[in-house]
Each structure stands twice: as structure tokens, then as C-alpha cells.
Design a binder for this molecule. Sequence first.
Ligand code: DQA
Length: 140
Amino acid sequence: MKQITIINGPNLNLLGKREPEIYGGMTFEDYFQKLTAKYQNLELTYFQSNIEGELIDKLHEVGFKGDGIILNAAAYTHTSVGIGDAVKAIETPVIEVHISNVYAREEFRHHSYVSPNASGIIIGMGLKGYELAIDSLIDA
Ligand code: DQA
């Protein structure tokens, strides 16, 4: 059974309430239930933190096992050398996901410390982006 970990960064615990015109009206917990129902043949794990160091610790924990990591580092994408270095340091492939099209938004969202070391990037497809990432890891 393939093992895939979804890691979400800061403020993504507020999905459903936060700027629904950008991020939609569904909580990630509800979406994750949908994912586990759809991908019953996968061991899917979900972790969210608003704390940079906890995200780095989780990348270290799962980064040498399993079949893939789906990382939405949220605002830390654009600021965190530490998360970028962690993605570079680990061995498990990382797919970077952003719910919104960051390139259609403020310029500070156009730079990512994650992208140079990600196996792939899915941007602007809404929550569906996580499914696209899972599908790409299943086929890998
Ligand atoms: C985000 C985009 C980031 O710029 C933002 O800070 C987020 C969410 C996205 O999924 O669209 O928190 O990563």
C-alpha cells in the first residue's frame, strides 16, 4: 500500500472560513475525508501546523520513508529558507501544491523556496490540486 503524507502550512486550518472567494468554502478536514474515501487503497496521512519548525520536523520524519509528500507550505513557501532546505535534504518526492494561482496574486507570492527542490508543482486548481498530486504519485 502506497504511503502519502499531506503537509499543510499556516492558516490552512482556516480553510472554509478564510477568504472563501480565494480558497473555497470547504474545510480541509471535510476534503480529507473525501480523499480517504476516494483513495482507500492508499495510506494517506494529513498534518497541518502554523509553526515553521513543526513543518520542518514533519518533513524530516516522513522524508526518508513512504512514497510521496504533498506540501502546501502556504505563506512559508515565500519566506522559509528552512523549509526549502528541508525539502532539499529529504529523499521522498515532494509535490508542491497551492490552491490559488499564486502568479495571479501579489508579487511576493511569485517566489517559492520549495519549487527548486519539488518533484512537481500544482498551482491554482483549487483543492482538486491535492488529488492531482496524489494521482501523479500513484502513477510514479
Ligand atoms: C497558498 C498561497 C500562499 O501564497 C498563501 O500564503 C497561502 C495559501 C495557496 O494554497 O494558494 O496561505 O499556499
